[in-house]
Write a protein that binds this ligand. Structure first.
Ligand SMILES: NC(=O)c1ccc[n+]([C@@H]2O[C@H](COP(=O)([O-])OP(=O)(O)OC[C@H]3O[C@@H](n4cnc5c(N)ncnc54)[C@H](O)[C@@H]3O)[C@@H](O)[C@H]2O)c1
Ligand SMILES: [Zn+2]
Ligand SMILES: [Zn+2]
Length: 351
């Protein structure tokens, strides 16, 4: 089969690799029907995620069709259509029992496209298939569903919920990529008074308006602190959400929060960041970090089915599976291309 293989920083190739086989009796082999690229894949390619080693197939989001399952898989069977979550869960360890699947002690967590081969391939081996996939509900569009593999639970759990967005809050979201936009959608569920989106790219800020930000700030030319001061009597945001993953945006998230405010970090960081406790110790702020658990996926699925979540709006570009080189280029140059999520799909069988 063909897959997108990482060969060290800045190097990747769509190449022939062995098709995966069942190695544990709780595995499923899933034919990938649609997959996408995450900002975390760009961090991997920058060399920010050193656990990803040469030869790894990237990708942690997919909708697909189960081809075969191991003897220990009870609820998923060949032919089922499934959402493959970015987080794998053994279902039995202490953290899985607490719905903290990202911290799974039984061999799960963020493993796909990270510690084991991932979804940017024609086929993927999904461990713990019963507890790491969701059946595709009738009437739900594949592309919309794919947005629930990672970005929507991430923005909601690690952004809105960790930031404890309350009705009437002023929420500042730094980074209006797919994850920041998901945080905007997640924050909106709690009816904040204002959502301020901050990004360097006007195309992303335009998208932020469509996803529900009422104020946008291009921090290459405008001062976000001044904009926030104006709408908060000089106090700063109730909640800031960092969705970029570089030191300067974490600093910005901390500096824009009001005393007693919440700073929710979502970004994957590859470099150390200085925490200015000499300023912060007396500010009563709460800083949270998080790898998405995906415990909210069933709830988000209900919102999607009830037409309360416009997930398909994320999809700006569509490619066939073998067009990964172009798809990565379009996603990485989002400021020029206007890309949000790029979907790569298996070509429909010809008649
Ligand atoms: N914690 C988790 O579980 C989790 C899950 C998924 C993704 N992530 C991380 O979330 C982050 C965002 O992911 P994405 O897919 O939206 O990425 P992305 O690369 O598409 O978007 C990042 C955005 O940040 C903007 N940006 C860059 N530098 C900036 C600056 N100095 N000031 C303001 N904006 C700036 C870019 O213009 C871009 O719009 C990444 O770090 C990704 O790795 C974390
Ligand atoms: Zn991701
Ligand atoms: Zn577990």
């Amino acid at each position: 089969m063909k897959a997108l293989v990482y060969h060290g920083p800045e190097t990747k190739a769509w190449e022939e690799v062995p098709k995966p086989t069942i190695t544990d009796d709780t595995d499923a082999i899933v034919r990938v029907d649609a997959t996408t690229i995450c900002g975390s894949d760009l961090h991997i390619l920058k060399g920010d995620v050193p656990e990803v080693t040469d030869g790894r197939i990237l990708g942690h989001e997919a909708v697909g069709t189960v081809e075969s399952v191991g003897s220990g898989v009870k609820h998923v069977k060949a032919g089922d259509r499934v959402l493959v979550s970015c987080i794998t869960a053994c279902g039995a360890c202490r953290f899985c029992r607490e719905s903290r699947f990202s911290q799974c002690l039984g061999g799960g967590g963020w493993i796909l496209g990270h510690l084991i081969d991932g979804t940017q391939a024609e086929y993927v081996r999904v461990p713990f298939a019963d507890t790491s996939t969701y059946p595709v509900p009738d009437g739900v569009d594949d592309e919309a569903l794919l947005m629930l593999a990672d970005i929507l639970p991430t923005g909601y759990e690690v952004g809105a919920l960790n930031g404890t967005v309350q009705p009437g809050d002023v929420v500042a979201v730094i980074g209006a990529g797919p994850v920041g936009l998901s945080a905007i959608l997640g924050a909106k569920l709690s009816t904040p008074a204002h959502i301020v989106a901050i990004d360097l790219a006007d195309s992303r800020l335009e998208a932020a308006k469509q996803f529900g930000a009422d104020i946008t700030v291009n921090n290459s030319s405008e001062d976000p602190a001044a904009v926030l001061a104006e709408i908060t009597d000089g106090l700063g945001a109730d909640v800031t959400i960092e969705a970029v993953g570089i030191p300067s945006t974490f600093d910005l998230a901390v500096s824009l929060a009001r005393p007693g405010g919440h700073i929710a970090n979502i970004g994957v960081h590859g470099k150390p960041v200085t925490l200015h406790l000499e300023d912060l110790w007396s500010k009563n702020v709460t800083i949270t970090t998080g790898l998405v658990d995906t415990f909210s996926t069933p709830m988000l699925l209900k919102l999607l089915q009830g037409q309360h979540l416009d997930a398909k709006r994320f999809v700006t570009h569509r490619f066939e599976l073998d067009e990964f080189e172009t798809a990565y280029d379009v996603f990485a140059r989002s400021a020029d291309t206007g890309a949000l999520k790029v979907v790569l799909s298996r070509p429909a069988p010809s008649d």
